[in-house]
Design a protein around this ligand. Structure first.
Ligand code: ADP
Length: 182
């Protein structure tokens, strides 16, 4: 089983749900930059206040902030890990590489969870998080297409990409992911 993983996919594809399940089952460290940012926001830190303004619009928080969060959490890590919601653009993907080289833990697989826009919007509206209103959702989907989707090709060329259909029940998708990693 591969145990140094990235989860890629549009908002609403189920990355967070699947990442939590997989990491629990396989004792991986689940690092969700979205969750870590929301912790800063609710703690009211300087970083959190800055991030909240950006997250509420569905824009991407600065690479600098996100990278420092990832670096802090990965350093000294000896068990496997699963990065969820990071990298979100090419700058972040390229910055991750020297960081992983330093700890000598290269990525073993990138899981892409796919679903069509209709399902994504429906799921996000049902979830109803602070940044889940229709206008912000549309913006996040556009930013995904624009900034994050190019990473599909980036990791595919490296031979790391595994695509999984995400428009079915949680357990079915979980099984597909497990199979892709065996
Ligand atoms: P979703 O998967 O639904 O997009 P996340 O919880 O991953 O939700 O992210 C919520 C918000 O947090 C994003 O819209 C963005 O503002 C911010 N964020 C999370 N990860 C990153 C990242 N790697 N780079 C920049 N911003 C991020």
């Amino acid at each position: 089983m591969k145990e140094r993983l990235l989860f890629l996919g549009p908002p609403g594809a189920g990355k967070g749900t699947q990442a939590a399940l997989l990491s629990k089952k396989n004792h991986l460290l689940h690092l969700s930059t979205g969750d870590l940012l929301r912790i800063e926001v609710s703690a009211g830190t300087v970083l959190g206040k800055k991030a909240a303004l950006i997250m509420d619009k569905g824009e991407l928080v600065s690479d600098e902030i996100v990278l420092s969060i990832v670096q802090k959490n990965l350093s000294g890590q000896s068990q496997g890990w699963l990065l969820d919601g990071f990298p979100r653009n090419l700058v972040q993907a390229k910055a991750l590489e020297p960081l992983l080289e330093e700890i000598m833990q290269p990525i073993q697989a990138v899981i892409l969870i796919e679903a069509n826009d209709e399902i994504l919007v429906k799921r996000l509206l049902e979830r109803g998080r602070a940044d889940d209103n229709e206008k912000v959702i549309r913006n996040r989907l556009e930013i995904y297409r624009d900034k994050t989707a190019p990473l599909i090709n980036y990791y595919s060329v490296k031979g790391l990409l595994k695509s999984v259909k995400g428009n079915d029940e949680v357990n079915i998708v979980a099984k597909r992911i497990q199979e892709a990693l065996n």
